[in-house]
Design a protein. Sequence first.
Length: 219
Amino acid sequence: MVKDDVLETLRQAIVEGKAEQAQKACAAALEADVDPVVILNEGMTKAMQIVGDKWDAKEYFLPDVLVSADAVKKGIEFLKPHLRVGEGGPAGTVVIGTVKGDIHSIGKNLVAMFLEVSGFEVYDLGEDVPAERFVEVAVEHHADIVGSSAFITSVAPEMTRIEELLKEAEVRHNIFTMVGGCVLDPAWAKKIGADAFGKDAMHAVQLAQAFMAKKKASA
């Protein structure tokens, strides 16, 4: 019951946008020997799903989402030292960001964090990122994966430009592209030529790991 209680406390703190309480809940969960990955998955991810549901239901507005995002950020900062991967090279290189015209970052930040703690080298470009920037950084760092996020339907076509520009740069064949966001679905990924749709942070990591395993096996 202790595990369930501390995770519920963490979820509640994030939903209510209480950053300090979120950090304290993370500390309590660690003291209760809850695995840090479980804290991320069962605590933070589920809390973000609740926040997303409230946004969709128009119970939450941008200020509410922003304070919840800050609570997540503080929780992640606290957890990060406990999630360090071991020595050795990265599992792969990822460029990630929220596309131009969109400032939402909660889901993207969680995906970036989950990828980092899974051993990937992550270049997080932030929010409102033009397609050209995704491609520039992907080429510069020889990225294996490019992930783009959108939470507003009107900006989703920017993802099509990422696909087009990666082809123009003659690197698309070497890069796995995945898209994510509550306004998207697998059909959208297929329509624009992306390789996959990540439904949540854990799924995005699984997709990235599967691609890298396949890439290394064929090398």
